[in-house]
Design a protein around this ligand. Sequence first.
Ligand code: HEC
Length: 153
Amino acid sequence: MRSKRNFLAALTFLVVSTLSFNSCSERKKSDGAKVQERLNNTEIKYFTNGRKLYTQHCSNCHMENGEGLGRLIPPLKDSDYLLEDIGRSARLIVNGIAEPILVNDVQFQQPMPGVSSLNYSEVTEILTYITNAWGNEYGGINPEDIKEALKKN
Ligand code: HEC
């Protein structure tokens, strides 16, 4: 009797975990599809190049998954600060930032070095990637807007 109950419990566990594993991989697939729906072909090219530039210049600190590092490095995934003013984010990538900022109500205060060698197209590519990866859903970014924003340096 007892072992039958254990067997049933194990079976239920197996079924439930298989189901939730499946729905998880479904979600991943549809995330990928959504990027394709949100961005046109040119923007998808920006996204792909942006991912390479991100790996090269940013992922050391902000991590491959965009989640940052505790209280030291702010997240880019689900960051209110990043999306609040895309022009400001463009300038921050090039110039760096030294003053404390609030990201999702958490204060960060380590300085971030800028990458002054990036031109406006590369900044557009990085921004297209980080605002549309990891579940972020900003959509396309116009290089002309970023060019204008960077003139405010
Ligand atoms: C040396 C570590 C480091 C590197 C490399 C780095 N960052 Fe940062 N980043 C930080 C820190 C620390 C802050 C918080 C700065 C502050 O509090 O003033 C920050 C803040 C930000 C913010 C604004 C806050 C937020 O989370 O939305 C953005 C956007 C950002 N970084 C994007 C980038 C991008 C894109 C790159 C690559 C081009 C990059 N960072 C490279 C450390 C880094």
